[in-house]
Design a protein around this ligand. Structure first.
Ligand SMILES: *Cc1c(COP(=O)(O)O)cnc(C)c1O
Length: 385
């Protein structure tokens, strides 16, 4: 068992609220995805603190698992990994600003070239510094985020052929709707990407060795989009990208979020609980206080909707969720100080609360739940099953 660097620690006494990451589940999820997409390789997506699981620790783990590539959103995430000794190839997926290019090259990070201008900036900087830049070309086939439009892509592909200071090892695109049950739009994007790739055949030029398009939705639903490599994000963490997506690969959540009861009391009928006094009981009831709140990423919008597990049973969070604390109505049942409180996770008896449950209560998607568990919450790494 190991522990990451929490923002707040008390001389080794762990904060009662913490996240547990089961590395064995990550291993199993990885192997399940690898088996389904073979011979395509896996780029493990580690952006946003590895979807809340801890950037450096998860990176070290996937390197051991043999991930072909790591993917992050921002330059800074890539630099952090390099500073922590990760030497595996790392693609920065996001858009770049010209003055960042020297930093990419200094740290040996792979750049996304999303326009001819940016590609030329990269090439010029690499020439000045006397190095070769590792580059993946980004084609926009319908996301309208970054990338050269598929109908103008030849310009970028041609420009890349003339960039002597770039090693163009990849070309990629990104789906907007691969996790939907209706795959019409995703199929259209895939068709456009294939048309772009036809450039290489038409000119009798070898295409870059790493052609990739599939995110979790496409890993599950669009085998034709796996190409040379897939970009596995939320599925690797054991969570399905949407409610409608087909579960063609079995994965299990690796993350649990836990806390402990810090206070127990009896609340009189008609006495309101928490800010705004929005909740009161008509009967005498038992209420416990738990040291977690929206300042940890337990969204205030889940007030009066969320539930937690104590002693194997689900109980409602009552009144407004505070910055650092919340209250739970246990009716006339039993709970004691220091009892475990499960915010996300399961029990041996099978009671469970998932990131999807929190997403419903917060009116969002599980991605946002996971990536918002902030650094004030320490992460513990274990190997449970
Ligand atoms: C975040 C991201 C992914 C991973 O998406 P999931 O749905 O989590 O699998 C893949 N590719 C790009 C470009 C991304 O930004």
């Amino acid at each position: 068992m190991s522990l990451n660097q929490a923002t707040i620690s008390a001389n080794g006494v762990l904060r009662p609220t913490h996240v547990e990451v089961d590395l064995n589940r990550l291993t199993k999820n990885y192997h399940a995805i690898a088996a389904a997409v073979a011979p395509a390789k896996i780029m493990t997506i580690l952006k946003a603190n590895a979807y809340g699981h801890g950037l450096v620790e998860v990176a070290q783990h996937v390197v051991k698992l043999g991930a072909a590539y790591l993917g992050v959103a921002y330059l800074e995430e890539g630099i952090l990994l390099r500073e922590q000794g990760i030497t595996a190839p790392i693609l920065v997926l996001g858009g770049i600003i010209g003055n960042q290019v020297p930093q990419f090259l200094k740290h040996g990070l792979t750049l996304t070239a999303s326009s001819v201008e940016k590609l030329e900036q990269i090439n010029t900087t690499a020439q000045e510094l006397g190095v070769k830049a590792r580059v993946h070309l980004k084609i926009d086939t319908g996301m309208e985020r970054i990338g050269v439009h598929y109908y103008n892509a030849n310009q970028l592909l041609e420009a890349a052929l003339a960039c002597d200071h770039c090693l163009v090892e990849g070309i990629y695109s990104h789906f907007a709707n691969a996790d939907a049950s209706d795959l019409t739009s995703a199929q259209e994007q895939l068709k456009r990407f294939n048309q772009v790739l036809a450039f290489y055949r038409q000119h009798n030029i070898a295409r870059p060795p790493l052609c990739h398009m599939a995110n979790s939705g496409a890993i599950l639903q669009l085998p034709n989009s796996h190409f040379d490599m897939v970009r596995a994000g939320i599925l690797f963490y054991g969570v399905y990208p949407s409610d409608e997506v087909a579960h063609t690969i079995k994965v299990k959540p690796a993350l649990s979020w836990k806390s402990r009861v810090v206070y127990f009391k009896v609340v009189q009928p008609g006495h309101a609980v928490s800010y705004g006094s929005t909740w009161k009981s008509e009967v005498m009831t038992r209420v416990v206080t738990v040291p977690v709140g929206y300042g940890d990423g337990y969204f205030r919008g889940m007030s009066d909707k969320a539930q937690v597990i104590i002693r194997g049973k689900r109980y409602p969070v009552i009144g407004r969720i505070c910055m650092d604390q919340l209250m739970v109505n246990i009716s006339w049942e039993t709970a004691y100080n220091n009892d475990e409180v499960i915010l996300i996770g399961d029990t041996e008896s099978g009671t469970r609360i998932t990131a999807e449950d929190l997403a419903k209560w917060a009116n969002t998607i599980p991605y946002e739940i996971l990536t918002n568990i902030n650094t004030r919450v320490p992460r513990i790494y274990c190997t449970q099953e």
